[in-house]
Design a protein around this ligand. Structure first.
Ligand SMILES: NC(=O)C1=CN([C@@H]2O[C@H](COP(=O)(O)OP(=O)(O)OC[C@H]3O[C@@H](n4cnc5c(N)ncnc54)[C@H](OP(=O)(O)O)[C@@H]3O)[C@@H](O)[C@H]2O)C=CC1
Ligand SMILES: [Fe+3]
Length: 470
């Protein structure tokens, strides 16, 4: 039997070519080892476990064998090492049995920078004769047992031997995963950090959302509740729960939706100013552009909250009481409530714009799902996310303008410097919409198209491209 990875026979059992193919070996009978063994078995592979205690290691997937590390290593050309890094010491003594074989390192660490070198590199140093491949570490034992789900379909791998990586990639593909080759073993540290990341691309958008929510809540609390108490002695603290929250949610939603489109227009103006697209954007703009999807999805979540909070308004005690009191007072004074056509227009218009804006917003959210966006061409995706996106921003902004239209110039009962929340939240979306309109002016649009198609490649552009390469 050849122990050369190039000639490894790793085909599953159902292959007609080889009725008794070579087994795959797994060191370690813990959670990961068992789950991987079960999955390999289900995909038709023969599995042999290597254990410190082959006679007392508990129940293993039926159909697998268990033996000592050394005997198991001898029976296979590909070994999965499902043991924690602290216990790698025993592998040094198995160096002769592992020589020339593929050794797959699936390990992770509980913390970053725990060791000076990556686990897989450490393993390669301990067993220099083996071809170490880092793989499967970004999957959980649970995923392996249950089969690949939508978001957990990828197996990242890296290693110094192309043949060894190919052998591991074939197995991963047969298990139903998509393989992403990340290069040589020096990328192992990066792969080992993947499972330790906690929503990395959501961090900035979440901070923005929390910051805006806290700021506007405190601002409105002071302006509405505390101000009423200090000025008039009125206790309207019950407003904290619904009224204030239902002001903060749309404000944060609208600002975040605008922040989602602002980097795009800034980038366009930067390209116009520089006269070329062949120059890198500043880092802050790059980072901002990369988290637009998350900004948009958080904005959508706040819009949902605004919708739910608005739907419960008729059920609120405060509202019902106010309506009844108003009706009784009109009856007592023998008055009628005159019908104001302007008011009806305003009310219907802002509700209609709100519904249209929210409907398009939901459409944007749906098309950002990978399974939906993958089914769209680039042009279709761009049409929805860009054109319909600006239309959504337009509807939501004008929904807010109409909500407070007669209050903008009316002298308020509050001091002039305490702007209502809706005035503050309109600044960013208005700026974005005005800048976008400027970009649509025919001559500006023509210049931008020339730049984006690369027709501008002047000396200046080529110079800056060179500077990009240095
Ligand atoms: N659990 C998970 O979801 C995932 C785990 N991993 C990685 O897989 C590896 C195993 O994890 P997991 O299965 O959860 O851990 P477990 O603790 O469940 O299993 C580890 C196994 O290692 C063996 N072992 C323990 N001590 C020693 C030792 N001193 N010398 C030799 N072998 C030893 C044991 O098998 P035996 O008694 O048969 O020798 C034990 O069952 C880890 O590196 C982990 O980072 C990676 C991705 C996901
Ligand atoms: Fe609203």
């Amino acid at each position: 039997m050849s122990k050369n990875p190039e000639s490894v026979s790793l085909c599953p059992l159902n292959s007609a070519a080889d009725p008794e193919p070579e087994p795959l070996c797994i060191f370690g009978t813990g959670d990961m080892g068992r789950s991987l063994g079960q999955r390999l078995l289900q995909s038709g592979y023969r599995v042999v476990f290597g254990s410190r205690t082959p006679h007392s290691c508990g129940p293993l997937p039926p159909g697998t064998q268990v033996m000592s590390h050394s005997a198991a290593a001898q029976s296979a050309t590909l070994v999965f090492n499902c043991v924690h890094r602290e216990h790698y010491g025993f592998l040094e003594t198995l160096a002769p049995q592992l020589k020339g074989k593929v050794l797959v390192d699936v390990s992770n660490n509980p913390k970053r920078n725990l060791y000076p070198e990556a686990n897989a590199e450490h393993l390669q140093r301990l067993v220099p004769g083996a071809h170490v491949v880092k793989a499967f570490n970004t999957l959980s034992a649970w995923t392996l047992q249950n089969g690949p789900a939508d978001a957990n379909r990828q197996v990242y791998l890296c290693g110094n031997s192309a043949e060894a990586k190919q052998a591991v990639a074939e197995i991963a593909t047969k298990l139903g995963f998509t393989v992403l080759d990340r290069g040589s073993l020096s990328a192992a540290g990066e792969l080992e950090d993947f499972p330790l990341q906690l929503f990395p691309e959501w961090r900035l958008p979440l901070r923005v959302a929390v910051g805006l929510t806290a700021f506007f809540y405190l601002y409105l609390l002071t302006r509405i509740v505390i101000y009423a108490y200090v000025q008039k002695g009125d206790d309207i603290s019950f407003r904290l729960m619904v009224s204030l929250a239902n002001k903060v949610f749309p404000i944060v939603s609208l600002i975040m939706l605008a922040l989602c489109y602002l980097p795009g227009v800034i980038a366009a103006f930067l390209q116009l100013y520089r006269g070329t697209k062949y120059r890198r954007f500043p880092d802050w703009l790059d980072r901002w552009m990369l988290c637009r999807k998350q900004l948009g999805l958080l904005a959508l979540a706040f819009a949902f909250l605004h919708v739910f909070y608005t739907l419960i308004i008729p059920q609120r005690y405060y509202v019902r009481n106010k309506l009844t009191a108003n009706a009784i007072s009109l009856i007592r004074e023998n008055k009628t409530s005159p019908f104001e056509s302007t008011m009806a227009w305003r009310n219907d218009s802002y509700l209609a714009l709100g519904i249209l804006g929210f409907g398009l917003f939901v459409l944007l959210g749906i098309t950002s799902l990978p399974s939906v966006s993958n089914a769209l061409s680039w042009r279709e995706f761009n049409f929805v996310q860009s054109k319909l996106g600006y239309l959504t921003l337009f509807f939501c902004t004008f929904h807010t303008y109409l909500y407070g239209w007669n209050k903008f110039l009316r002298p308020s009962s509050y001091p002039w410097y305490t702007l209502p929340g809706y005035m503050l939240c309109l600044i960013v979306p208005t700026v974005v919409l005005v800048l976008k309109l400027l970009l649509l002016v025919p001559c500006v649009d023509r210049s931008l198209t020339r730049i984006r198609r690369g027709w501008d490649r002047t000396d200046k552009a080529e110079d800056s491209e060179k500077s990009l390469l240095t």
